[in-house]
Every structure is written in structure tokens, then in C-alpha cells.
Design a binder for this molecule. Structure first.
Ligand code: ZN
Length: 91
């Protein structure tokens, strides 16, 4: 199985059982030693990065940023309404 430049990979983890080991070309070819599952090479340890990289995680982060922006906008509008000239003149 061709995986490109193997020198950029430092770790690899099993997509079936989640076992992570130091990257080794021979071990990668033979698969997971524990369950025989397919190994995914990574440049960083999944123990460091938290979880395997997913194309959806980046999208979820963008959605989260959007939601925070919308919430900040709502907060700004409501606070502006509360501190409006009508409220100020009644006191
Ligand atoms: Zn495994």
C-alpha cells in the first residue's frame, strides 16, 4: 500500500481498536498487531491531537464560530435595546 512520504509520519493508529504505535513502514504494511485492522499513519500522536483528524471537525469548528458570532450579535442587539433612549429617559 503506497502512503506517500513515510518520513513525515511519526505515529500510526488502528482504525478498528484505536491502538496507537510509533510509525514503522513494516508494521504499517502488516496492519494492527492487536486485531489486524487497518493502520492510519499520523504526523502527530492522536494522544496529543485528541482525536483522529476528520474532514467534519474543521466544518464543525466553522459552524461553532458562526454560532458564537450570531449569539454575540443577538446579545449586542438586546443590550442596545435595553440601554436605549426610552429606558434612559424614564429614570
Ligand atoms: Zn487494532
Amino acid at each position: 500500500m503506497f502512503i506517500g512520504d513515510p518520513s513525515k509520519y511519526k505515529f500510526m493508529y488502528c482504525s478498528r481498536c484505536g491502538k496507537e504505535v510509533v510509525f514503522d513502514v513494516d508494521h504499517y504494511a502488516s496492519g494492527c498487531q492487536k486485531c489486524g485492522g487497518h493502520l492510519t499513519p499520523t504526523a502527530e500522536s492522536v494522544a496529543v491531537t485528541g482525536k483522529p483528524p476528520s474532514p467534519y471537525s474543521k466544518m464543525a469548528a466553522l459552524v461553532l464560530v458562526d454560532l458564537i458570532g450570531i449569539m454575540a450579535g443577538i446579545l449586542w442587539v438586546t443590550r442596545r435595546r435595553l440601554a436605549g433612549p426610552d429606558e434612559a429617559s424614564s429614570t
